[in-house]
Design a protein around this ligand. Structure first.
Ligand code: C6P
Length: 413
């Protein structure tokens, strides 16, 4: 019988799919709470990669032989599968990149350099990851377009009144993170799409922290571009996705040249292949793309709504447990209204020391600025500790995190 969206996840069963979770670190079983950086990979995805290399490894779209044909079909199908996963029309709207970072750079270089100039504005938010913040900042410097930042309020929410103030007819691009990798804030993305479109601007959504853990429908959101990474959603490293609306991608010129993106070349000029090949220069990410499709199958089989509920419940529990102590500061919205991660500081202990002590307890978290330095500056801190959860994590693992935090407190007091 198929599980309903309200059925809790059977984490015990799910954990059997992830061999790495059996590992011991310093004599204790690994507690992996660094999923916002990179998630772990289930057997089903590992098997897909192994099968590719064992049975049909070949270059794509350029061989007549059997292996190349098999690889080409699997690679094309992978685009269609990813399109289905995020509600795109078809595989032509799905460009495989190396990661989210490359996806935003693709839009910034291919669209931004051609379309932006002095007097134009790019509106983004104060909680962007460097991948988009720095990219738009640099494109702004090169084109003369001004970059403006929508404020985050004291509770970690995007100030939508400020968004309405900043987005004007001069705005050509609104670029927003869907889920903040530092605050866990969920951006009201459809509202932002409406505001952007009312002023004739495009909306670029950084979905690196949303595609892995909640149902995403780019058509319903009405995003013009949407980017995410395979390695944060049970897929392999080395593959990311840029979704773009068909008509916009058609208009854009390529950003990298060579390989199967080319249709005809003379010494004088060249023409380009159809989408998505036009933006996938050189030998593409073949095994990774195929494995990403397997990750989509894996996640959909469990159910994205169930994964979202599971993660949010864990984040709420972690928030409550951490804030029960007076010397812990948690950043971002309340526990009941955030995605599955918690960034925090313990008064007496630097985040790096905390992470190091937690490692002694086999608890893996991230410490640092999480590639959001301006946001950390705004919060008045240099670094924070971050625990981030996924479908295989349990409340017991959060209890181990809290035990480690308690141990760090006593060591440093
Ligand atoms: N954040 C984290 O630990 P790449 O590295 O290209 O796959 O993803 C970049 C990226 C873009 N946007 C957001 C919101 C992200 O969280 C990330 C990656 C990791 O938070 C590594 S810094």
């Amino acid at each position: 019988m198929e599980a309903s969206v309200t059925d809790p996840l059977d984490t015990e069963r799910i954990r059997e799919d992830f061999p790495i979770l059996e590992r011991e670190i310093n004599g204790s079983q690994l507690v992996y709470l660094d999923n916002a950086a990179t998630s772990q990979t289930p057997e089903q995805v590992i098997d897909t990669i192994t099968e590719y290399y064992r049975t049909y490894n070949s270059n794509v779209e350029r061989g007549i032989h059997q292996l190349s044909q098999e690889a080409s079909i699997a690679y094309e199908d992978a685009h269609d599968r990813v399109a289905e996963f995020i509600g795109a029309s078809d595989g032509e709207e799905i460009i495989f990149t190396k990661n989210t970072t490359e996806a935003v750079n693709l839009v910034a270089y291919a669209w931004g350099l051609a379309e932006l100039g002095p007097g134009d504005e790019i509106v983004t938010t104060e909680m962007e990851h460097h991948a988009s913040l720095v990219t738009w900042q640099q494109i702004g410097k090169r084109t003369g377009a001004e970059v403006k930042y929508i404020r985050i309020d004291e509770n970690g929410y995007l100030d939508m009144d400020h968004a309405r103030e900043l987005i004007t007819d001069d705005t050509k691009m609104v670029s927003a993170v869907h889920v903040s990798n530092t605050l866990g804030t969920v951006t009201p993305i459809s509202e932002l799409a409406d505001i952007a479109h009312d002023h004739g601007a495009y909306l670029f959504v950084d979905g690196a922290q949303s595609a892995p853990n909640r149902p995403v429908d780019v058509t319903e959101i009405d995003a013009d571009f949407f980017a995410f990474s395979g390695h944060k959603m049970c897929g392999p490293t080395g593959v990311g996705v840029l979704y773009g609306k068909h008509a916009i991608l058609e208009e854009m010129q390529p950003y990298l040249y060579g390989g199967m993106m080319i249709r005809k070349v003379t010494y004088e000029d060249s023409t380009w292949e159809e989408l998505p090949l036009k933006f996938e220069a050189g030998t593409p990410v073949i095994s990774q793309g195929i494995a990403l499709a397997a990750a989509c199958d894996y996640l959909d089989e469990i159910g994205m709504e169930r994964i979202q509920r599971h993660e949010e419940a864990l984040a709420e529990y972690a928030y409550e447990e951490l804030t029960a102590a007076d010397d812990v500061t948690v950043y971002g919205p309340p526990g009941a209204d955030r995605s599955g991660l918690v960034s925090f500081n313990l008064d007496s202990v630097h985040a790096h020391d905390l992470s190091s002590i937690l490692n002694d307890y086999a608890v893996a978290i991230r410490a640092g600025d999480h590639c959001t330095q301006p946001l950390h500056d705004k919060l008045g801190i240099a670094a924070s500790a971050r625990a981030s959860f996924y479908l295989y994590n349990t409340r017991e693992e959060i209890d181990k995190l809290i035990e480690g935090v308690d141990a760090a407190r006593s060591i440093f007091s």
